[in-house]
Design a protein around this ligand. Sequence first.
Ligand code: PMP
Length: 443
Amino acid sequence: LVENNARRIWHPMAHPAELHDDPPRVVMKGEGAYVTDLEGRTVLDAVGGLWNVNLGYSCDPIKKAIADQLDALPYYSGFRGTSTGPSIELAWELTEWFSHEGMVRAFFTSGGSDSVETALRLARQYWKIRGQADRTKFLALKKGYHGTHFGGASVNGNANFRRNYEPLLPGVFHIPAPNAYRNPFDEPDPERLATLCVKALEDEITFQGADTIAAFIMEPVLGAGGVIVPHESFMPRVREICDRHEILLIADEVVTGFGRTGSWSGSRGVGVRPDMMTIAKAITSGYFPLGATMIGERMAEAFEADRTSFGAIGHGYTYSGHPVGCAAGIAALAETKRLRLDENASARGRELASLLEDLKARHDVVGDVRYKGLMAAVELVSDRTTKKAADKALMKVVADAAYDAGVMLRVSGSNIILSPPLILTTEQVRELADGLGAGLAAA
Ligand code: PMP
């Protein structure tokens, strides 16, 4: 296994040449919030799989739902004209779950990148139906992450994920993310910074011409870009501007959906009703690949009132509404609700935040800590005054030492990303911070 790990798998988000010197860890088992590797070492998973295993690794109701559905019907297409029981039930559940956000339909996909691609395409199509086919451009945030399809990669705000694949979609423009630690305005105050970023958005709309813009896409809390938590006034003001210029607002909730930030969605946490929401990851807690693009009333009405050829959705996947995935989703959402994981994320998140602030006070290598609910980033620097980002070697020292101390961390650039299962206990929050502390001490 160790040998073939680098030789036979072409690993995502990795440099193929480097894999030979530093092969990815092999995980063999999981239980609760812990995973066990090939050598038999068990560690606390501070990453929650990949921001998704909210219910941990031994959720019996999901396993049972999957097994029962495999017996009843392992697959049937949810494509044009046929449906299955679980997909209808899950669509009902999701539209109820996100009714606060104004979502009335679920378009099923196989994961987050598909959900984003679907949202971008439906935004374009919406404007064709409305007779404004010139509205084709997209606006997004620098540092935003929206998956790996060509559309999603185009709206990604990190050039590292775009540059090897250009030319991408034309007509995509980025505005600064409201990151109080690093921003082009040198503005450390989150509220004033939100105002400056909103102004940048308005300026971009004026410059481009509102009637050329299809949609603005943003994560309510930016995840992969380093857990950037906008001031609570930011997204509501973005909503106002989008309304004023009739621009669609897409909330990419692939990470923030289902309780991660302490609310059932990032949008709900700041009282915003987007036009579409993209969801995936925790929808099945990682037990089956599944996603959805949730559609709000304004869009649903326009599509459903249309009788021209523009209204037909020429977009869908073989696994749209996969019955096993939907059965897993129904069980995962029921458990998520029963255990009130939003409240646990909020309470355990407060404990984690205070421990992260302690670590920042004790270790000069920590430049900034950012958090919301149970998602957090610890940004490492080699110099606090110049904010020079920590290099790859230093990040590896931290991650390896933390692993030796019993905690699996995730490195993203100069950020340590934390997104543990939402079933975490107070003791496990401390265990996580202790492991991270061991990593920082080694650095
Ligand atoms: N959007 C966001 C906000 C994400 O964080 C991710 C994945 N990390 C995606 C989209 C893409 O999801 P997937 O990897 O399931 O395709």
